[in-house]
Write a protein that binds this ligand. Structure first.
Ligand code: GLN
Length: 193
């Protein structure tokens, strides 16, 4: 399995380590040339979505990747990556890929809960470690969205077609069950668009 990891900014190295530990081949996407390699899936890391969006446009990666995601390339996004996927951002006039039919609010947890750690259930898997770091929140998800995780009544992970989007970071821990679930349930059972 060949996993492409967007490596413009943010915690791409952590994602890379997880997929390597799971036995995948990985490569980084930093420039247009990198898009020539075949990818079975794309990973959008956490970080700063405004910086990532700006670089995606400047490096002319945005349109090609949007088209591939729209054509069903499996994608896994954490935190800033989820902001990149959302159709609409509540507090921002721009959107980025816009392939996920959801409205997302950035930095939604306010000052006191700016960053926090929990163990939560993900797609029926118990006690998954999850870090929320200046995390966004889903304000709306289109009908038919599969909700995979929730915390205190807020949706924290969704699946739409071949897109998996989370508002937390599961990739910072040695527990790799979320990435493993993505490989077995989305990449290996890719749905037609
Ligand atoms: N707050 C960041 C943003 O708006 C996301 C934070 C993260 O990826 N941990 O892009």
């Amino acid at each position: 399995m060949n996993i492409a990891i967007l490596a413009l900014q943010g915690d791409f190295a952590e994602h890379e380590a997880v997929f390597r530990a799971l036995g995948c081949d990985t490569f980084q996407i930093r420039q247009k040339n990198d898009l020539q390699l075949h990818a079975d899936a794309l990973i959008l890391p956490g970080g700063e979505s405004t910086v990532q969006g700006k670089l995606l446009r400047e490096l002319e990666l945005m349109e090609i990747l949007r088209e591939r995601i729209g054509n069903g390339l499996p994608v896994m996004a954490t935190c800033a990556g989820t902001i990149l996927l959302a159709r609409q951002l509540l507090d921002d006039p721009v959107s980025h890929f816009g392939t996920l039919n959801a409205v997302v609010r950035r930095n939604a947890y306010g000052r006191q809960l700016d960053s926090f750690f929990i163990h939560g259930s993900f797609a029926g898997l118990p006690d998954v470690p999850m870090s929320f770091i200046r995390a966004p929140q889903f304000e709306f998800c289109a009908p038919g969205t599969e909700v995979l995780a929730e915390y205190q009544g807020r949706i924290t992970a969704v699946r739409q077609g071949n897109q998996l989007a989370m508002t937390f970071h599961p990739e910072l821990y040695s527990d790799h069950r979320v990435a493993s679930w993505f490989l077995s349930e989305i990449v290996q059972k890719k749905r037609p668009v």
